[in-house]
Ligand binder design. Structure first.
Ligand SMILES: NC(=O)c1ccc[n+]([C@@H]2O[C@H](COP(=O)([O-])OP(=O)(O)OC[C@H]3O[C@@H](n4cnc5c(N)ncnc54)[C@H](OP(=O)(O)O)[C@@H]3O)[C@@H](O)[C@H]2O)c1
Length: 215
């Protein structure tokens, strides 16, 4: 894949805006979309994500090398999987019953495994879900910075994981690869690194034991 490729961020809320800003800063061409008309986010995009191109979701995805899902999980269930066929997809979403309501398909499971089952013709990688949006932006650092932090990248397809590890690295985090979406359960709410921002050695220590038990 060309590096860096084109990104489509689906979701222009808290975390979608931050991911888009970080990616633009890292040199990625970025399109951003909601479920609606791009005209509706044109002004706000110009103000808060300068450089991002507001587009219809289908157009943004069609031209993208990487698609980031940054919408609430209950809204994902309304998304047509056909939109994402053949795409490399970053699942930055979390199952959060307090906000999403109880969603039976996600109860007791790894949310990205359920996402991947729905997107059976896409390569799904779990990443950028476990750090709050403020911190995700504030803690980003270039490679080699002494206070750089780590972020997890989990998936069943090693090539897809490698691509997204590259994205995570370029936007400002040391990527920690986890060898399956199942192992990526450590990144979700209730897991050892959800909501905490750790440097690489602490992050690896925190996830390895749990991830081994989830293989
Ligand atoms: N907030 C955080 O700090 C954070 C950090 C990491 C991960 N996450 C996860 O990221 C997800 C989004 O959280 P958020 O806080 O950013 O939510 P948010 O602020 O409510 O934003 C959600 C965005 O998704 C858009 N959207 C909904 N359905 C869509 C669709 N079918 N296609 C494209 N866009 C769509 C919404 O726009 P319309 O309604 O206009 O379509 C809105 O722009 C959640 O699963 C959350 O757990 C959040």
């Amino acid at each position: 894949m060309r590096e860096p490729g084109r990104l489509a961020v689906l979701g222009a809320g808290h975390v979608g805006s931050v991911i888009a800003r970080l990616a633009i800063k890292a040199g990625y061409p970025v399109a951003i979309a909601t479920s609606g008309d791009p005209e509706d986010i044109a002004l706000i995009t110009e103000l808060i994500i300068p450089g991002a191109q507001p587009r219809w979701a289908s157009d943004a995805v069609a031209d993208a090398d990487i698609v980031v899902l940054a919408m609430p999980l209950h809204r994902f269930l309304d998304l047509d999987p056909a939109l994402l066929v053949g795409k490399l997809v970053v699942d930055a979403m979390n199952y959060w019953p307090a906000g999403d309501g109880v969603l039976e398909p996600f109860e007791g499971l790894g949310s990205s495994e359920v996402v991947a089952r729905r997107l059976a013709s896409s390569a799904v990688v779990k990443a950028l879900n476990h750090i709050g949006y403020h911190e995700l932006e504030d803690r980003a650092r270039p490679a080699g910075a002494p206070d750089r932090k780590a972020a997890g990248v989990a998936g069943d397809d090693p090539a897809a994981v490698a691509s997204i590890a590259g994205l995570v690295d370029r936007i400002g985090y040391d990527p920690v690869r986890l060898e399956s979406l199942r192992a990526g359960r450590v990144l979700q709410p209730g897991g050892p690194v959800f909501g905490v921002v750790l440097a690489l050695p602490e992050f690896e220590r925190a996830v390895r034991q749990d991830a081994r038990s989830l293989r």
